[in-house]
Design a binder for this molecule. Structure first.
Ligand code: ADP
Length: 806
């Protein structure tokens, strides 16, 4: 129990300050009443009662505005200061409870004094609390580094040495910067244990607060350091740029861009976008990747022909002249092009159809498009679509991708440098789609007159008007062009060339072109007519003239070398010396010399590179009825083979074939050049002929080619591409072609001079095919003669022989 004593003392109310026992401190006294109280104390026993005001702004506080616990202090010293202020030094002695306040000149407090209490015995709880206080206190001083280590040690040791926990708390509280309410709380804790508990609580909270604020401090400091670091570097860079002559770095660059864009008179949306990007550029620190991305973008915008266009020449006569000058033959094609230009002229170019030039490689599609561009006085750009499978190749990548670029359309426009060029989409039939989107849908938008005035590239992010662009497309075949795309186009077919056309193209165009290319004057390299024919027949086998041009180029190159090294004036290319330029013949021409063979027949195929001959080989071996088909055959072709076998099974009697051949033999059908995929039904009669020949042992004529689909009843159905197929057969030296009866009318498409050399045998049934194709029709007696050896082994040997010969 704490000893108490009732007494009265002069009182000073304190503002923003709590005085605790054992505390020595000075403060200034200014209020008259307080000065009087001080004087009274000095006149008596030097003791004074100090109590803190609840609200420090109140001038004359009454009881209710004062805390109820204060400290009795001894006044050790006073100092009169200027302005009627007294500085006073006091030492706290004991706690006291305020009971009432009286007095008029100065306040007299009636108080109950609590005598300081030392503990006789420190129990375990108190001991724990003491340690706790010391611990927290030490940590607090560690973090709060305002107090010097010496005074900390002094505080703790005085507090500890006294062996008086209550006093320890008072000393610690007196030396720590705590809020008034906390100090008052310690003052009001009369019992030492209570004081210990409260102090642990207050100190722990303060420690946490200190730690937190020091962490925040550190962060702020770090940020400040980084900012300062960047600032410093930027300043340095500025100095370097100035040294290098770039007065104000990015600022100057942005100004330059602005001037450039102002001259371009961009559409409103583009101008806004550019301004935004320039703002961004200004804000990006120099030398960063982001800056490069923005510059790239701005350069693209600056390089696009937003407002640049060329003036169209719509003079049809001039167009005719240019087309004629650049191309031999192709009369129908030229005619269609002229019609197209006339329609464009009349309609003012609005919604003119898009031309699609279709034909095998090397027949002049690209070349025609180039001439049209020249005739119309348009810039010419070519976009190759072969193998494009990603929509982004057409439409560009978004700028979020690293290294992203605009698509091919925008790229071509930049290349053209005008917004109304002639854009050639080469090989539109080779577009393919995969997981990266469908490029043909992007193409649809580009080619659609309704939509293409606001074509949006993913990279450019701005609409570009494509409606003034003239589009021409090319394709090798129509069947792989997506329907909606094909619908938008007007198809013009370019057929394969016959030998005579090739000869004329070579003489008039290819040779002069190649001579010029290798810097040779006209007449320095002369080609005899025979030499040109020989190049066509023995060194190329194609629908167009691409390889022909290449071979002529290679001759010119070698001739140029000869002229230079041997000091010759001119070189003459003849049939005789051709081999010394191009090596030995690459293709045999005279197939007529071939012997008739068993189990091998000549078919005709129609490929995207034009027509071609296609040999079909059949081997029949002793076995158990297996049928093997090799040579990369498609499903339709395999089915044709099966249909042919079924048909033959129903006709074994007529053809003198063992009725059980499908059980006793293994049949192998092979179409050479195994790596090239082949498909389609038109090899049906060719397979059937080879099969009948192999099974019956009757050889097939080697000067006959055939094409036609077969039904199970042996009927011959019509096929497509007769013109190309016939030209291919003609090129191979074949002069007799078996065709389906229904295709007879198509022979009119074949050039007259070739048609007159070929005998077309129309066939309605398989029987008619065999009548022509086999050297001799098999008769039943043939098979009876061989009845002891039903498997026609002879054919196996002959096949080997034939295969080697081809
Ligand atoms: P494509 O685009 O059909 O594959 P190109 O236009 O590239 O064919 O033609 C190949 C080469 O043959 C070009 O040098 C072209 O000028 C030439 N050529 C093709 N056809 C003719 C022709 N009828 N008259 C003149 N040169 C031609």
């Amino acid at each position: 129990m704490i000893k108490q004593k009732k007494t009265t003392l002069p009182m000073i109310p304190l503002r923003g300050l709590v005085v605790l026992p054992y505390m020595i401190l000075h403060f200034d006294v200014g209020r008259q009443k307080s000065i009087k109280a001080l004087e009274e104390a000095l006149a008596t026993n030097q003791l004074i009662f100090l109590v803190t005001q609840i609200n420090e702004n109140v001038k004359e506080p009454d009881m209710s505005q004062l805390y109820k616990t204060g400290t009795i202090a001894k006044v050790s010293q006073i100092l009169r200061m200027p302005g009627n202020v007294i500085r006073v030094l006091v030492e706290g002695i004991s706690r006291a409870q305020l009971c009432s306040v009286t007095g008029t000149d100065y306040s007299v407090a009636e108080i109950i004094e609590y005598m300081p209490k030392t503990l006789d015995k420190i129990d375990i709880n108190t001991e724990a609390l003491i340690r706790n206080v010391r611990d927290v206190c030490e940590k607090y001083f560690e973090v709060e580094n305002k107090v010097s280590p010496e005074s900390i040690a002094a505080v703790i040791s005085t507090a500890a040495a006294a062996d008086d926990p209550g006093r320890m708390c008072d000393i610690i509280t007196g030396n720590i910067d705590l809020p008034i309410a906390d100090k008052q709380m310690i003052l009001e804790s009369i019992e030492p244990e209570e004081r210990l508990e409260n102090l642990v609580f207050i100190l722990s909270r303060e420690l946490e607060l200190l730690k937190l604020s020091s962490r925040i401090d550190e962060k702020v400091k770090k940020n400040m350091d980084k900012n300062q670091h960047d600032y410093y570097l930027r300043e340095q860079l500025q100095v370097i740029q100035e040294e290098l002559g770039d007065k104000d770095g990015i600022g100057a660059e942005v100004r330059e861009y602005r001037e450039k864009f102002a001259a371009l008179e961009l559409p409103e949306e583009a101008a806004k976008k550019v301004e935004k990007e320039l703002d961004r550029l200004l804000k990006t620190p120099p030398g960063t990747g982001e800056g490069t991305v923005i510059r790239n973008y701005l350069d693209w915008i600056a390089d696009l022909p937003w407002n640049i266009s060329t003036e169209d020449n719509m003079d049809i006569k001039n167009a005719e002249k240019i087309l004629e000058r650049d191309h031999y033959g192709l009369e129908k094609v030229k005619q269609r092009i002229i019609e197209y230009l006339a329609v464009r002229k009349l309609s003012g170019g609005i919604k003119a159809p898009i031309i699609c030039l279709v034909g095998p490689p090397g027949v002049g599609k690209t070349s025609i498009a180039r001439s049209v561009a020249e005739a119309m006085n348009k810039k010419y750009v070519r976009i190759s679509l072969g193998g494009v499978r990603d929509e982004a190749e057409i439409r560009g990548h978004r700028r979020t991708y690293l290294g992203s670029m605009p698509g091919r359309i925008i790229y071509a426009l930049k290349q053209a440098g005008s917004n109304n060029p002639l854009m050639l989409f080469d090989e539109i039939d080779k577009l393919s789609s995969d997981i990266h989107g469908d490029p043909s849908s992007a193409m649809l938008e580009v080619l659609d007159g309704e939509q293409n005035s606001t074509f949006r590239d993913n990279y450019i992010e701005l609409p570009f008007d494509l409606s003034k662009v003239t589009f021409i497309t090319t394709a090798n075949r129509l069947d792989t062009i997506p329907g909606p795309l094909l619908d938008r186009m007007e198809v013009i077919e370019l057929p394969s060339y016959i030998e005579d056309e090739k000869y004329n193209i070579a003489k008039r165009h290819l040779i002069p072109k190649q001579l010029k290319m290798y810097g040779l004057k006209a007449g320095t390299v002369k080609f005899t007519d025979d030499a040109v024919h020989d190049i066509i027949n023995y060194y190329t086998r194609e629908a167009g003239v691409r390889n022909l041009e290449r071979e002529i180029g290679s001759i010119c190159r070698k001739a140029a070398a000869k002229i230079v090294s041997e000091g010759k004036k001119s070189v003459k290319i003849t049939s005789k010396n051709l081999e010394s330029f191009l090596g030995s013949h690459r293709f045999g021409y005279d197939l007529m010399k071939k012997e008739p063979a068993v189990g091998i027949s000549t078919g005709l195929a129609w490929t995207q590179v034009g027509g071609d001959t296609l040999d079909i080989e059949v081997n029949v071996m002793e076995g158990s009825g297996n049928v093997e088909l090799t040579g990369h055959l498609g499903d339709v072709m395999k089915e044709s083979a099966k249909a042919a076998i079924s048909y033959i099974r129903t006709k074994t009697d007529e053809y003198g074939i063992d009725a059980d051949f499908y059980k006793n033999c293994d049949i192998h059908i092979h179409v050479p050049e195994g790596a090239t995929p082949k498909d389609g039904p038109s090899a049906g009669i060719t397979i059937a002929t080879a099969l009948v020949s192999a099974l019956s042992g009757q050889p097939v004529r080697s000067d006959v080619a055939m094409t036609g689909e077969i039904t199970l009843r042996g009927r011959v159905l019509p096929i497509g591409g007769l013109r190309e197929k016939s030209l291919a057969a003609y090129r191979s030296g074949i002069r007799t072609i078996i065709i389906p009866q229904d295709n007879l009318k198509d022979t009119e498409e074949i050039p007259e001079n070739i048609r007159k050399d070929i005998t077309f045998i129309p066939a309605f049934s398989m029987q008619q095919v065999l009548n022509t194709a086999l050297c001799k029709l098999p008769v039943y007696s043939d098979i009876t003669k061989k009845s002891d050896d039903t498997v026609p082994n002879a054919s196996v040997h002959q096949n080997v022989e034939i295969t080697n010969r081809i």
